[in-house]
Design a protein around this ligand. Structure first.
Ligand SMILES: [Zn+2]
Length: 321
């Protein structure tokens, strides 16, 4: 079975000509610079076609890593509850056509689409993407204003369940992107899709991104008891605050519900799992020397004690087109 990193962001800008856009506000500038540097691209990459070097660099990292493939995520724009596009909201957009096209060209990429369910053409776009080979849906409910529990979306969830398309949803706080509905960070936002039979994956295991945010991990653990189709991913868990849940993720009842993800291009820090006491000093120093961020994240997760199934389990959850 393939080893898969199931949480890899695609990023592009208007210069690339693939319909992507990126809005780097002054507040986010430093953070974006830091992220670009960690994947080996200069800040000036934002001033010209970002799409091509981003994809080339990512493919290089994958090909020299322990992983066989990655799930590449599209990024939906922000819509209001009635499906009207909110043009001034959001920091990034990647159309579904872009990830579907890249996946056709490169076997390393598995395409995850993103469709706001309030969009008037949501069902039509879903059908088109299913025909195009989509394997997963990705949302950030708190950043994209998606109230998954809105009853109007029931037919949309039912169609996803019927097609076997799982939903990866950001849970827990967020600080890389603009947040429009902080309360949608609560994993209970996934109740209705779960009831409709959709396999849901709570990204970041509902961990907090700052000290002030609530830690929703206990809520998630309780929900896992009630919903056998609920999983969580390990993405970005090496960050200062998210690493708080690393030890809880190793609990025997949680481990069988975890899948491996990095959250590339979000930085992979080796210090925090060591400070949290889940890896040795030797492993911290060894991983810090790995330049490839995808491989560094993989090696840290292995050292943390995530068993081999964590890295292949997603094969059984993805839609098989
Ligand atoms: Zn992410």
């Amino acid at each position: 079975m393939r080893k898969i990193d199931m949480h890899i962001h695609l990023v592009g800008n208007a210069h690339g000509g693939h319909g992507c856009w990126l809005r780097v506000t002054p507040v986010k500038r430093l953070l974006f610079r830091f992220m670009l540097r960690q994947i080996g691209l200069p800040m000036s990459a934002l001033l010209r076609d970002l799409d091509t070097p981003y994809v080339e660099r990512l493919l290089q990292w994958i090909r020299v890593s322990s992983l066989d493939a990655v799930v590449l995520l599209a990024q939906e724009a922000v819509y209001d509850d009635d499906g009207r596009l909110l043009r001034d909201c959001g920091n990034a957009y990647v159309p579904n056509s872009r990830v579907l096209e890249l996946a056709r060209r490169h076997p390393e990429f598995l395409p995850a689409i993103s469709i706001h369910p309030a969009r008037r053409d949501a069902m039509e776009e879903l059908e088109q993407c299913l025909a195009g080979g989509a394997v997963m849906m990705k949302y950030l409910p708190n950043c994209q204003n998606i109230n998954c529990n809105d009853r109007r979306f029931t037919p949309f969830w039912q169609r996803m369940a019927q097609a076997g398309l799982p939903l990866l949803a950001h849970t827990g706080g967020e600080r890389t992107l603009q947040v429009v509905r902080p309360e949608y960070a609560d994993p209970r936002i996934l109740r209705l899709p779960l009831e409709c039979g959709v396999t849901c994956i709570a990204a970041h295991a509902a961990s907090p991104s700052t000290a002030r945010e609530p830690n929703y991990f206990p809520v998630l653990a309780q929900m896992m008891r009630d919903h056998p189709r609920l999983y969580a991913d390990t993405s970005a868990l090496n960050l200062p605050h998210r690493s708080k849940v690393l030890r809880d993720c190793l609990r025997p009842e949680i481990l069988p519900r975890l899948v491996h993800g990095s959250d590339y291009p979000v930085p992979v820090q080796t210090l925090w799992p060591w400070l949290r006491g889940v890896i040795s000093r030797g492993d911290m120093l060894r991983c810090a020397r790995i330049a490839n961020p995808i491989e560094r994240d993989y090696q840290l997760k292995v050292a943390t004690g995530f068993p081999p199934e964590t890295f292949t389990r997603i094969n059984q959850l993805l839609r098989q087109p």
